[in-house]
Design a protein around this ligand. Sequence first.
Ligand code: HEM
Length: 392
Amino acid sequence: GAVAGWGAALALGLDNAARPPSSSDTSSAPPAQDITGLRGSAVVPCHGEHQAGVTVAPQARSTFTSLDLRDEVDADALRRLLRILSSDIERLTSGRAALADMEPELALTPSRLTVTLGFGPRLVQRAGAPVPGWLAPLPAFGVDRLLPQWSDGDLLLEVASDDPVTVTHATRMLLKNARAFATIRWQQHGFRHAYGARPDGATMRNLFGQVDGTVNPAPSTADFDDLVWIREGWLTGGTSLVIRRIAMDLERWDLLGRDGREQAVGRRLADGAPLTGDGEHDEPDFAARDGIGFPVIPMEAHIRRARSADTGQRFYRRAYNYDDPPGPGETSRSGLIFTAFQADPLAQFAPVQRRLDELDLLNEWTTPIGSAVFAIPPGFTADGFVGQTLLG
Ligand code: HEM
């Protein structure tokens, strides 16, 4: 159709090729309804030092799409692709239709929409730049049962919003405008509690029912900045993202009593407090012993094993739940899209995963089935594009 032809023209370098007639008159579509004051109108500014989607309070929905670049895409084509995507990001996140948007009404409810782009090793190579040593598949872990259908890729789009319709539409617009350059490798749909279901800022629950995300560096603190942002080269102001798709066996989890569940993590289910404390944010007392001398927080508990003595071995977690259709004979196929942002995955994420690989009660019920590492370039300005420091 006309749109694919236009995308192909862009891929061929015809930046000024005539746009299909639909694109000229869509971005000014009037609001179908007045949503002033509603969540739908909430806008997260997309420009800045960092990509907005890293530190924004996690939205209710997130779709992660990993793309493989077509063979013929070189540095020039990459530059064109990233300009198109950046322009779409500007429009969509501010509640305006994307280029060639055939459903412009679906762009009118950004609901805190953010789009985060990530680069895999091949994209950096095609750009003609050296690939950072950590931008590669992670070392293999014993617990891994990784499937290619959930792993790796050249270009990541994370599209997140409090409105699921907005996530789907924005994802589709970006993919439509990218399809002359790249094909989809995998896509993962994630969710948290609906906006408004719980107080703003409440820690989410995963599908094991656990309060998940309590101990996490807080955006806009010096600690977060040191752990997360890269401070040299084209990635200055950027970071890295590890995405692990981790299956959670709810059928087997069901066989475990409440005490066992709490000991597996070392925290209470009711409020997420450590087994040695009263409130979610109380410091766990890892030295505490019970009446007969056993550690109150078991030696194999997830939080004991995941905590590093070396404070540099930390990262920012921003997970989403997933829930796939059950396979034959199953009643659920759920899990966590575990995501970790850090300046260096090999120095920060890998040692923790290695320790959990050696020993972690949660391993009984969890299995990593996908893994990917992306470089998250810095943010962009109104006259620039995401990836400009690499390609500009
Ligand atoms: C803490 C669940 C996988 C690293 C926690 C907590 C829960 C949890 C309930 C306690 C509350 C909190 O502080 O967030 C899970 C589940 C997983 C999973 C269900 C898999 C499906 C992982 C992985 C890593 C990881 C793969 C890293 C390799 C951490 C860290 C903490 C934590 C660093 C905080 C530990 C501390 O208190 O210092 N996780 N987790 N988790 N988890 Fe996980």
